[in-house]
Design a protein around this ligand. Structure first.
Ligand code: UN1
Length: 507
């Protein structure tokens, strides 16, 4: 049954200029929600409304705001299955993963609810007698949060929960193709007791969002932009925010490497590569891009990996499958473009490529492949990838993994850093020396040893360097620095004017 949804600003539904159909990628003819899209003016107005509401919200004591976060966590937990089924229906994420994604919102709330009773500042010694120095964390004001649809609820919660806890108001612009999931999560958040205007949801296309953001930044009603999406758009958001002397928290793409040492447990490595490369149909920013395997174990690894990929269950995301369909038609179109990057010097070792149809079938496939069917694609492993290939250098958001070889660990690290992203990475080895040398040399924000490139836990710093972001971190206690600004206070009770650097106490 399809729904009609529109933006909600200051607790009120707004009108919309156009409508976007968010469809079920397993059955593209099926509309999950008709989404009313707002214009740039509505986006900017939402930021002004948020600015008003923020003043009162900031006055609510942080422990009380923490209790609201606790209620959000409980409400999400109580509605976890309903929300997860909606995520599966709208973006085709396998149900077990969707439930895990909802779990990640609860984890984030669990982590931050206690922060309401901490949110520590410091007392700092002064260089002068009878003078006290303090630091305080102040809310920044309004955060505009623009999120992707591959994690339509968990990743937004990484921004929303700490931003709200710290006393900020939020204008959230979710991806249109995941709007119903976002809308359902929004309703749970506000039902937990957020005053009107503190959290606003605006559905808009990219151009209206950019224009609205520009206006809001110009009017001084946005102090932080949180953005998860492509490196290309992230660069534009970073430039726009910088022009207005505000900062952006950018979580962008990845070309995440997995290094397999000759001493690795190959069974474990195959399992890790399979999940990293093809879980979520390869559509995580942490998905595996290239396997960099030692030349001595290359043949054996590739043979086992190709077999595992061939046997993996792809199909109906409500079932127990490794991957369902791609997120949306626009991602399927882009993925078809990535397939054209396959060169004559490459060997496709996984079998068929392209969309799974009756004419291009896959064994054990249990999705709908008839009449154009769902957006299901063959998982692809490409061997013989060279460091100069597009397939090696650029992010391919979808089920395609490259394989290349190395002879020394230094060479592997150099290859792993070459594409210039720096989000996640992984090494399979039984030698701790190798693991630590890799950790030191890799430019990624996240390093796994004997585990997948994807699947970070919600209380660690999540984020990347280089083309993967501007060094900001999206989760755990580190995110508090995104949503608060430090204020320093000095209090002189000596009864005279003591001048810093000039009146230095003698021993
Ligand atoms: C993303 O794809 O934007 O670490 C985030 C992971 C997930 C989050 C991915 N917890 O793979």
């Amino acid at each position: 049954m399809s729904r009609q949804i529109v933006s909600i600003v200051g607790g009120k539904e707004t009108g919309s200029a156009t409508t976007y159909p968010s469809t079920n990628p397993a059955r593209p003819g099926e509309v999950v929600a008709h989404v009313g899209l707002a214009d740039a003016g509505t986006f900017a107005a939402a930021c002004r409304t948020a600015k008003e509401a923020q003043r009162e919200w900031a006055k609510v004591p942080a422990p009380v705001r923490g209790r609201v976060i606790a209620s959000i966590g409980r409400l999400v937990e109580a509605n976890a299955e309903r929300l997860a089924h909606l995520v599966t229906e709208e973006i085709g994420k396998p149900y077990a993963e969707a439930l895990g994604e909802v779990r990640e919102i609860v984890d984030t709330c669990d982590f931050f609810l206690g922060e309401g009773r901490r949110l520590y500042g410091q007392t700092v010694p002064s260089e002068m007698p009878a003078k006290n120095l303090f630091t305080f964390r102040n809310p920044i004001g309004v955060a505009a949060v623009v999120t992707a649809g591959n994690f339509p609820v968990a990743v937004p919660s990484w921004y929303l929960v700490p931003a709200l806890l710290c006393g900020n108001a939020v204008v959230w612009k979710p991806a249109e193709y995941a709007a119903a999931s976002a809308h359902a999560m929004y309703q749970l958040f506000v039902a937990a007791g957020l005053p009107d205007g503190v959290l606003n949801i605006v559905f808009a296309d990219g151009a209206a969002t950019y224009e609205g953001l520009e206006q809001a930044l110009g009017e001084g009603s946005v102090q932080k932009v949180g953005f998860t999406g492509s490196s290309e758009v992230g660069r534009k958001i970073g430039e726009l925010t910088g022009r207005h002397l505000q900062s952006a928290c950018l979580e962008l793409g990845g070309k995440n490497p997995m290094v397999i040492m000759p001493d690795a447990d190959l069974d474990l490595a195959v399992e890790g590569a399979l999940f990293s490369g093809f879980g979520t149909a390869g559509q995580r920013c942490t998905s595996l891009g290239t396997v960099i395997v030692h030349e001595s174990v290359h043949d054996e690894f590739v043979e086992r990996f190709a077999r595992a990929v061939g046997e993996a269950r792809i199909g109906d995301p409500e079932e127990d499958v490794l991957a369902g369909p791609l997120l949306d038609q626009k991602f399927a179109d882009r993925y078809e473009e990535y397939l054209t990057w396959i060169q004559p010097h490459h060997q496709v070792v996984s079998g068929n490529i392209g969309k799974i149809t009756e004419d291009n079938p896959r064994r054990d496939f249990d999705g709908d492949s008839a009449n154009g069917g769902g957006l299901y694609y063959h998982p692809v492993v490409v061997d013989g990838v060279r460091p100069t290939d597009r397939l090696f250098l650029e992010e391919t958001f979808g089920p395609i993994v490259g394989v290349t070889t190395f002879s020394t660990l230094d060479e592997a690290i150099e290859l792993a850093n070459l594409p210039g992203y720096g989000l996640s990475s992984s090494i399979y080895t039984t030698d701790p020396q190798h693991a630590f040398r890799f950790r030191e040399g890799i430019s990624a924000g996240m390093v796994s040893v004997n585990n997948s490139t994807s699947g970070a836990e919600a209380h660690l710093p999540f984020g990347g360097n280089g083309k993967s972001g501007n060094g900001s971190r999206q989760s755990g206690m580190w995110v508090l620095d995104q949503f608060t600004r430090w204020q320093a206070m000095n209090w002189d009770h000596s009864g005279r004017l003591q001048k810093a650097q000039m009146d230095v106490a003698e021993i």
